[in-house]
Design a protein around this ligand. Structure first.
Ligand SMILES: [Zn+2]
Length: 336
């Protein structure tokens, strides 16, 4: 998210606002702290990976907050991973916010922005975009020559992404619209079809939506797709059908799960404290009773008994599931 983060900073400065960098990569700003920052500062815009408002939303609900009512966020700028329409709709409702998809990379900077109709329009003022044929289907490889970059211009740079061209957009913007399918290298062959990260995320998100949830995880097995979904309070549709409709001709199994099995919100709320290295500990001063260099560096939070029990239950169930899937995924010996 380096490029979007940089863009957000510039946009905020331009409009007299402030960007608050927050990321959980190194525990500097774990999700609970990011949520608290958003709430306390009354931030209007959240720029993030698509999964991040899902996690923040679950965390908010767990703390008795309604993201739509209790947070001032009215716009979600999302990019850096597949953002299927069903997830966009879900997030727009959960946050009562406009969802804008950003597409680009650190090398190219901004290449596309979605309009009010949800079409991702290519930023043809910033880059000359070529859609080169990629196989027999409508998919195309996106190759760009930057126009707007002074520092490190790129000539016919292969983004590595495949896109699907959209019909002319009803919003009136004449710039071409595309669906970004994801990295060509990350495509999956299954049942004679080539599935892209966007397709997999769309199937997972649609199944989750049917179960009144946004929390899903897709596993690609030898013989099928396994879509694991946390169940929300008010399921509305058949998740199996919702996923299968998105992936016609591909074997899909949807596995509904209780809340917390895929995303442990309590666990997210716990992050270790990190200290400067020490080689001397004075126990007479009270406080931490350090005995080793490791303990001096990091202090892991101690779970309560209830949390420990839930963690153990989740870990065992997941391990059992993994083992069963591993067995079933192997073809019978005589076929090898
Ligand atoms: Zn449009």
């Amino acid at each position: 998210m380096a490029a979007p983060a940089h863009l957000m900073e510039l946009i905020a400065q331009d409009g007299g606002g402030v960007a608050i960098p927050a990321g959980n990569i190194n525990w500097d700003v774990p999700f609970p702290r990011a949520l608290e920052l958003a709430r306390r500062t009354g931030a209007h815009v959240l720029a993030a990976l698509p999964i991040e408002p899902v996690i923040l939303g679950e965390l908010a609900k767990r703390r008795g907050l309604d993201p739509a009512r209790d947070l001032a966020v009215d716009t979600l700028f999302l990019g850096g991973a597949a953002l299927p329409p069903s997830l966009q709709r879900r997030l727009a409702r959960t946050w009562d916010a406009r969802v804008i998809e950003l597409y680009g990379s650190t090398e190219t900077m901004l290449l596309g922005t979605s309009c009010g109709r949800g079409t991702l329009h290519l930023e043809t003022d910033l880059a000359y975009c070529e859609l080169l044929p990629a196989g027999a289907g409508p998919e195309a490889r996106l190759v760009v020559t930057t126009i707007g970059l002074e520092g490190s211009p790129l000539v016919r740079f292969d983004t590595g992404d495949l896109v699907r061209p959209c019909p002319p957009c009803a919003c009136g913007d004449a710039r071409p619209g595309v669906v970004v399918l994801g990295r060509e290298a990350e495509a999956v062959e299954l049942d004679g079809r080539r599935l892209f990260p966007h397709d997999l995320a769309e199937a997972g998100s649609a199944a989750a939506e049917a179960l009144d949830s946004a929390v899903f995880f897709v596993v690609v097995l030898d013989d099928r797709l396994l879509v694991r979904v946390e169940t929300g309070p008010a399921p509305t549709d058949d998740p199996q059908r919702a996923a299968a409709d998105r992936l016609l001709g591909v074997r899909v199994e949807v596995e509904p799960l209780p809340p917390g099995m895929l995303l442990d919100v309590d666990g997210l709320s716990r992050s270790p404290r990190v200290y400067k290295p020490i080689v001397v500990a004075d126990w007479r001063r009270g406080g931490r009773r350090v005995l080793t260099i490791d303990e001096g560096l990091v202090e892991w939070p101690r779970p309560t008994w209830a949390e420990g029990r839930r963690w153990l239950g989740r870990t065992i169930k997941t391990a059992v599931r993994r083992r069963r899937l591993g067995r079933r995924a192997l073809p019978p010996v005589r076929d090898r």
